[in-house]
Design a protein around this ligand. Structure first.
Ligand code: FES
Length: 250
């Protein structure tokens, strides 16, 4: 894990939550009893990061610590442990590019080259303050690898070309569409489903199974076997032979 340090210089000396965030703070604090308020540290740091332009300054951490009556070091420990908290300034659009194995195998390396070429080295903020990027570990969307998270949205099934277009649109203030960047819905197969597509599977018309092995036979006309009687062509050694008169000794 990379060493994560505060950017003391960029953080200034003070921080205050936006007035409209107070309601969200009350919501999260309300989830925990009065003597367990520290449990709200992660959501409050998350809200502080949002109110601080996408990263956590040291004064912002202190405000959260004071609010929850925690020692500053405890809040520093949380903020430096979780990579969801950024400790230095980021651009208006911060790209978290997944570099873990599934994404790596599906082309994450070429996406890194795009970010480096279009934005600069990791955590560099462009001069217009609009873009920055970093490599992160698995973001849990491996089925749609390779992928990146931009602010709060996932962009999946990326190629060098599609990521380049997204970056260009963000730079120019144009809208971008999150989700898979290929022809598929969520994690469904590209181009539509190819299995389990028979409507009879879903309208109930295939509910009666007729050919399962070892099913009991349906009742039919009575057979000698069913009634316990020997069949007409049963082996004759079960028949008793009648003695002839010459066999009977006088
Ligand atoms: S490896 Fe990239 S999302 Fe899981």
């Amino acid at each position: 894990m990379a060493l994560r340090r505060f950017d003391i210089e960029a953080g200034g000396h003070s921080f205050a939550f936006k007035p409209e965030t107070e309601e969200k703070i009350a919501f999260w604090r309300g989830k925990y009893p009065a003597d367990k308020q520290r449990s709200a540290v992660i959501p409050l740091l998350w809200l502080a990061q949002k109110d601080n332009g996408g990263w956590l300054s040291e004064p912002a951490m202190r405000v959260v610590a004071d609010m929850l009556e925690m020692p500053y070091i405890r809040v520093y420990e949380v903020a430096t442990f979780y990579t969801m908290f950024r400790l230095q300034p980021v651009g208006k659009f911060h790209i978290q590019l997944c570099g873990t194995t599934p994404c790596q195998l599906r082309g994450a390396e070429s996406l890194k080259e795009v970010c480096t070429r279009e934005i600069g080295k990791a955590m560099y903020v462009t001069d217009d303050q609009r873009l920055s990027w970093e490599e992160v570990e698995c973001l849990g969307a491996c089925t749609n690898a390779p992928m990146a998270q931009i602010n709060d949205d996932y962009f999946e099934d990326l190629t060098a070309e599609s990521l380049g277009q997204i970056i260009s649109r963000l730079r120019n203030g144009a809208d971008v569409t999150p989700g898979p960047q290929v022809d598929r819905v969520n994690s469904a197969p590209e181009g539509g489903t190819s299995v389990l597509s028979d409507p009879k599977l879903f309208d109930g018309s295939r509910n009666s199974l007729s050919a399962l092995p070892n099913l009991p036979k349906p009742p039919g006309p009575a057979t000698p076997e069913a009634t316990g009687q020997p069949a007409a062509d049963a082996p004759t050694n079960t028949k008793r032979e009648e003695p002839s008169s010459k066999d009977i000794k006088s």
